[in-house]
Ligand binder design. Structure first.
Ligand SMILES: [Zn+2]
Length: 429
């Protein structure tokens, strides 16, 4: 199995959280309080039947680095030690995992959580075989523009709580339902209160007001809107697809974003063949997302790049579309991530376990590969090395399953197996 080699392929980028971590460490160092002593206490989690580390130098030597009868030590917000439970060091606190499985918290590297309203009728019509002519993304754009800041904030908070209960400890999220300078920058400010992985997607579709003049909309997205949005985002994204933005428009938008210090990622080759994947490789995008319709040239380009292919099976499930062929990508040596694409139109799920089950059942992935892609793969798609693994120095982001093995995520689909979640060393579920 060759699910991924991000450590061979990509030099780690500067850790975007390093500055904040340093600030936090400094403020901790100067703040002597009970909270401080609690946060730096060491905790041993032991009696772990199967621990997924994603370090192939550990355990069974596979990419999952699976250790049986394992233990983990958390110190502050980081993993301090990982290994055989019989060799665990002494700690301040001790938790018995009861013979269950532990894996890195899921890294959901593709979601659209800043929106208002829903599209129940559209989904119901689609699943009932009835024609539906409402405006798709435009419906959500209208509802999002009409929402208050508090409503958007409440929605993000709700869906994040949902995701956390299902084991997601890091998520990326995007703008893209505002499509005005004011509404896009507002969405990014809301998102940035919850995550460092914020993506400017002013180029989701051409704003309705510019339907007759898409070039003017591209000028807005690369001009005034970019100026307002760049300070609140890490990434820039484009929906490169027939009916959205073509290859030349997408190149212009991503290049403008790069010039403002944003890193590119792209919605590519979802509904049809097109230039998106090759553009992603050309621009060294961290990820090409969807990758459902790929030529052999597209697969070769990905395999010879450090661009991750992020597969989003919730979208194919919710639209009864053809599955992306994960097996073909993995066999070619492409690094694959699995994410939810959580959005109200085409994939209204916040559940990474559900996506793992779909990927195993319908996309040719093994359970090991799917779990790797939803953890280390997501981290690679965000060019992060401090998450998606359970190794010393990584953030202590852990998911405890009420099952003896990570394989149960696919073996027991739809069952709420996540029974504990630690984020940055704090038990949050
Ligand atoms: Zn998307």
């Amino acid at each position: 199995m060759t699910p991924g080699r991000p450590s061979e392929r990509s030099a780690p980028e500067p850790d975007p959280t390093a500055d904040q971590a340093t600030k936090d460490a400094m403020s901790n160092a100067t703040t002597v309080s009970p909270a401080h002593s609690a946060s730096t206490a060491s905790t041993l989690i032991t009696n772990i039947a199967a621990l997924v580390t994603n370090d192939p130098s550990l355990g069974d030597g596979t990419p999952l680095g699976l250790i049986q009868d394992a233990a983990v030590v958390i110190e502050g917000d980081r993993i301090a030690w990982t290994g055989d439970q019989s060799k665990a060091p002494a700690t301040d606190n001790r938790i018995d995992a009861g013979g269950r499985a532990v894996l890195p918290g899921f890294v959901d590297s593709h979601s659209h959580l800043v929106f208002a309203g829903d599209r129940t009728q559209e989904f119901n019509a689609r699943m009932s075989g009835r024609p539906y002519s409402a405006g798709g993304i435009r419906t959500t754009v209208a509802a999002t523009r009409a929402a208050t800041d508090e409503e958007l904030e409440a929605n993000v908070t709700r869906y994040l709580a949902e995701a956390l209960r299902q084991g997601t400890t890091t998520f990326e999220t995007k703008s893209g339902y505002g499509l005005t300078t004011h509404d896009e920058s507002r969405a990014l400010r809301v998102a940035a209160r919850h995550t460092d992985e914020v993506t400017y997607l002013g180029a989701h579709i051409v704003a309705p007001e510019f339907a007759e003049d898409p070039a003017a909309y591209v000028a807005l997205v690369t001009g005034e809107m970019l100026d307002a949005c760049a300070p609140h985002a890490r990434w820039i994204d484009v929906f490169c697809e027939k009916g959205a933005f073509d290859g030349d428009q997408a190149r212009a938008i991503l290049t403008a974003g790069k010039a403002r210090g944003l890193h590119p990622r792209i919605h590519a080759n979802q509904l049809s063949y097109g230039p998106g994947v090759r553009l992603a490789v050309e621009l060294d995008a961290a990820s090409a997302d969807h990758c459902t319709h790929l030529t052999d040239e597209d697969v070769d380009a990905l395999a010879n790049s450090r661009t991750v292919a992020t597969l989003l099976p919730g979208a194919e499930f919710s639209t009864r579309a053809e599955w992306p062929d994960a097996r073909r990508l993995l066999d070619a040596g492409v690094t694959v991530a699995l994410s939810t694409d959580c959005n109200p139109g085409s994939s209204f799920t916040s559940s990474v376990p559900f996506c793992i089950a779909l990927a195993v059942r319908d996309m040719g992935m093994t359970p090991d590969e799917a779990v790797w892609s939803a953890t280390a793969g997501g981290a690679a798609a965000l060019r992060r090395t401090d998450i998606g693994r359970v190794t010393p120095g990584a953030y202590a982001d852990l998911t405890l399953l009420d099952a003896p093995s990570h394989v149960h995520l696919a073996y027991r689909p739809g069952v709420p197996l996540v029974s504990g979640v630690w984020r940055r060393g704090e038990r949050v579920v």
